[in-house]
Design a protein around this ligand. Structure first.
Ligand code: ZN
Length: 496
């Protein structure tokens, strides 16, 4: 690897005293923050406050983008060396606090030597000049090539295949994107516009987030796009980004968003961000993704003929619900994923119940019937099995979707509708712009219910077998009642 050889060369040329210092450091190794599912994701010893990411797109999906990523952080422990998550791009230079620094790669980490030992609590400014390779493998995410440009799908562990980062939702930060593209392209990123500058045949578009964001939720769309604007509840700016040629065809779907926002606000409280909208991309990802303030959808979800209207609506509401559950309140570890997907599925199903005469109870009864099989195949909801190494999105199994919405159904049966409603509203208010654990959810639930729910949650979250359903002692799991009558079309895209 060129990075390793650069480091070796530097070591050979170094003075004796510098070599002595370098020799006191162990060989660079990939580090993590102890996530059971992604052991090398995230890095210890610092807290990122802000990313400033400049990208130059050259009008081709096969050419690497030139990039500069600047990370403002603060050390939380004494550090002599800083690990960042980064893979796939080439690193040209790294500066730490304005001084050129040696670096090496180790696994999917970029390991940077601090120019001087940094005590805990030190400000840290890391500038990495690198490339960002858009020719990645679809199975593992990162840049997603579209018919007219690029989009991003970084969940769960692929942001570091686009830009160097502390790539874990436990470390959220503010983002600024500055993207230069040939002038015939339109660039939109999550957050709000922060300037646009024309120079020669290119335009630089800047966007910044007004709330902290997990790296996995970053979105940058580069395409021959039209940006459509409308207004949501309380004047919320709604912004959709669609292929220019599809504007009219998509309008019947896009115009539903304000009413869906209104419905979600009635369920759980105010929308947590500065804007919302759909990014409709001409690509086949096999999923939709709740990128913060600008959810990614496949064009074919709306233009295909195979999906009933209620189903497409419920997928839209699923990604919208994630803006509260998963985005504003992020998982502290990836084992907390059930909190994202269980809630998004819950509101997806509740919306279909209220708007399309698709009652919740039969859906939950069917989920109950399958739940033991889902647990056997993917682990218990809050302790899911490790994803397949070459297919990390295999973490997104049925047990975290309907298998976890089922937990919320059981909880509502157990504590009653009024307490459940208070819990949902309190949860998104208490942990807004933060990341939170499963334990924090169960503690809040116990506090609102006025009794200790530990035993209840232990079975539902960690049991190999599905506990009895409160209020429905006749429900059985293990033998699906009706495997032939699928609730969704055979080729249903998966809402992530
Ligand atoms: Zn989802």
């Amino acid at each position: 690897m060129p990075l390793t050889s650069r480091r070796l060369r530097a070591a050979l040329l170094a003075t004796a005293s510098v070599t002595l210092v370098a020799a006191t450091l162990p060989a660079p190794e990939p580090l993590g923050i102890g996530d059971r599912l992604f052991p090398h994701l995230g890095n210890p010893g610092y807290d990122v406050l802000a990313y400033d990411i400049s990208l130059i797109y050259k009008g081709s999906n096969t050419k690497p983008l030139d990039a500069v990523t600047t990370i403002e952080a603060r050390t939380t422990a004494a550090l002599e060396r800083i690990n960042l998550d980064f893979a796939r791009g080439a690193v040209r230079t790294v500066e730490v606090n304005g001084r050129t620094s040696e670096f090496a790669t180790a696994g999917e980490d970029l390991v940077v030597d601090a120019p001087a030992p940094l005590p805990a609590g030190s400000p840290l400014r890391i500038t990495v000049r690198h490339t960002s390779d858009p020719t990645g493998d679809k199975a593992n995410g990162g840049w997603v090539p579209t018919a007219d440009g690029l989009a991003m799908a970084n969940q769960a562990d692929a942001a570091h295949r686009v830009f160097p980062s502390n790539d874990h939702p436990a470390d959220k930060a503010y983002f600024t994107f500055r993207v230069t593209a040939p002038k015939e392209f339109t660039v939109v990123a999550g957050g709000v516009p922060a300037g646009k500058r024309h120079h020669g045949g290119a335009t630089t578009w800047s966007y910044r987030t007004e709330h902290p964001m997990a790296t996995e939720l970053a979105q940058v769309s580069i395409g021959r796009s039209t940006v459509l604007r409308r207004t949501g509840p309380n004047g919320l700016p709604v912004r959709d980004v669609v292929p220019a040629a599809d504007r009219e065809k998509l309008e019947p779907w896009l115009k539903k968003t304000p009413a869906q926002l209104d419905w979600m606000e009635k369920q759980v409280g105010p929308y947590p961000f500065e804007t919302y909208g759909l990014l409709v991309a001409d690509t086949e990802t096999g999923f939709e993704l709740e990128t913060q303030t600008l959810s990614l959808f496949e064009r074919s979800l709306f233009t295909g003929t195979g999906y009933p209207e209620w189903y497409v609506d419920s997928v839209m509401v699923h990604e919208l619900a994630h803006q509260w559950f998963g985005n504003s309140v992020s998982p502290r570890s990836w084992s907390d994923l059930w909190l994202n997907e269980g809630h998004a599925t819950w509101y997806e199903a509740r919306y279909a119940e209220e708007h399309a005469k698709k009652p919740l109870e039969p859906r939950m009864r069917e989920a109950y019937a399958r739940s033991d099989a889902w647990r056997a195949a993917g682990g218990p909801p809050a302790r899911p099995d490790v994803p397949t190494p070459d297919h990390k999105i295999s973490l997104f199994r049925p047990v975290v979707y309907d298998g976890s919405a089922l937990i919320l159904f059981a909880l509502r049966e157990e504590i009653g509708e009024a307490a459940f409603d208070r819990l949902e509203r309190s949860w998104v208010r208490a942990y807004r712009d933060d990341s939170a654990t499963t334990r924090q959810f169960t503690t809040l639930a116990s506090s609102i219910a006025g009794r200790d729910l530990t035993a209840f949650f232990d079975g539902w979250l960690y049991g190999k077998k599905t506990p009895p359903m409160p209020g429905h002692p006749d429900w059985r799991s293990g033998t699906p009642r009706n495997t032939a009558a699928g609730r969704t079309p055979a080729r249903a895209p998966k809402p992530e």
